[in-house]
Design a protein around this ligand. Sequence first.
Ligand code: FAD
Length: 535
Amino acid sequence: MSLLSPREHVDFLVLGGGIAGLTFALEASGHGSVLVLTKRQRSEGSTQYAQGGIASVLGPDDALDLHVQDTLVAGAGLCKREAVEVTVREGPERIRWLLSLGVEFDREGPDRLHLTREGGHSRRRVAHAKDTTGREVERALLAACEARGIRIVEDQVAVDLVTSGKAGIGGPNRALGAYVLDRASGDVVLVSAPITVLATGGAGKVYLYTSNPDVATGDGVAMAYRAGAAVANMEFFQFHPTCLFHPQAKSFLVSEALRGEGGILRNAAGEAFMVRYDPRKELAPRDIVARSIDAEIKRRGDDCAFLDMTHLPKSFLLDHFPHIYATCKEFGIDMAAQPLPVVPAAHYQCGGVVTDLMGRTTLPRLYAIGEVSCTGLHGANRLASNSLLEGLVFGRRAALCCADELGEASGPAPALPEWNPGDALAPEEGVVVAHNWDEVRRLMWNYVGIVRTMKRLDRARTRIKILRDEIREYYWQYRLTPDLVELRNLADVAMLIVECARQRKESRGLHYLLDHPKPDERWVRDTVLTRGDLE
Ligand SMILES: Cc1cc2nc3c(=O)[nH]c(=O)nc-3n(C[C@H](O)[C@H](O)[C@H](O)COP(=O)(O)OP(=O)(O)OC[C@H]3O[C@@H](n4cnc5c(N)ncnc54)[C@H](O)[C@@H]3O)c2cc1C
């Protein structure tokens, strides 16, 4: 039996319980009934792993214009200025909101937050809670949801959106809810809602090496694409420069704040190499640092690079980075005494489901907020610590807009088709799913990684096409499992990334194409894909 009743109907169906989904839920709960679904435990998502913090203009030497400017520079010509301006302008109020919910940011004094500086920021402006900011924010948001009686149901995997078009209901195509797989029972139930909100986070799992948790399989982007919403700029995938290189560390992320506080990148010979790649050295934007590490590792044939913090006092490291210090220690590395072995790993999806400034997608009644969305804030590259901020700002904006829209959209639950399992058989070839998972991720890492060529992109496309056909066949033959749902989504997202990358015949921001190594003015525009473009 599913944890959801067979025919759930709510005003706001929120898929995802990270910073974006929970912000939305809290802001919308006064306007209608809210149901938040999470794929695994309620706190599991990228939000709770965020270390560095949240960027906002809070310091005495800072100004909104400076944050706007830094974001535009990182975005390499593709940011939407209005999206940047609203995000930056509304940031300080969002931090105060978090404080009012009880988030314990580090402080310099009773009235002043301690702010760190990260790569690409011209000022110290990153509010943080030690090096476990995300965990603290997620804790406070969940506590606030509980206090307000907001219903959160765990272990529910949204499979596909329900649309009026597919359900055979007249009028313009619009979202009407989702089909949801209960992890424990394997049942699929229909949840109908006049407003559906995608807050499903990113898709780091599409790459072999990633800093993202297991839930980050791009489900929201894949579902939105299949339902007919526009998806854009998927070629811009940010690789975090420094994940711990250790066989047992499942891509543990070593925060950028370490470089901000003076960490030095060295190669295996002990040389500080960043000076050869960029005058800003360790404080260059993360794509440049990631590419530099990649190039240095490849140039020398090393397995990894090293982040050296040994010149800083141990007490400073323990005070500022207790979580990173303790985790590295568990792996037998004392960062006060030896440099940390690091490699780049897939970290953040800058593109996503296209939205306007209120989080509305191109499919009516469907909203997208947080990492799943493409609001125009990040353009071709995300400025560090702008993503938690985006979830906070757009979570609230979407809630305001939905509250208005609900008035015209609410009503009794429409008659919608139940999930039809057809003649699906019990899954028996788990090996097929596991093999294809691995193949997609390895293929993406090798052919569609930090440095790309047209030839490799074409190869990737041919192979992913075959994989998608195979997955599709398997999908309709066997009963759904969470792994199968995710595999199908990963393959769709992989194809969206490849297709966007093939279209963009230039190098810009995070998309580095050896065949066209320079930016090209003709490409100052988004790469937008809609249903049918992949076939
Ligand atoms: C290690 C790490 C460190 C980071 N550090 C920072 C930082 O310091 N500052 C910063 O600004 N950003 C940072 N980021 C990025 C930032 O954490 C994310 O962009 C942000 O948390 C995304 O929030 P979200 O609400 O969109 O999604 P998430 O927090 O990822 O939540 C996604 C939710 O969607 C649910 N979900 C997914 N698919 C389905 C489905 N099919 N059905 C139902 N539910 C589903 C998940 O269960 C989860 O609840 C970091 C990311 C990582 C991985």
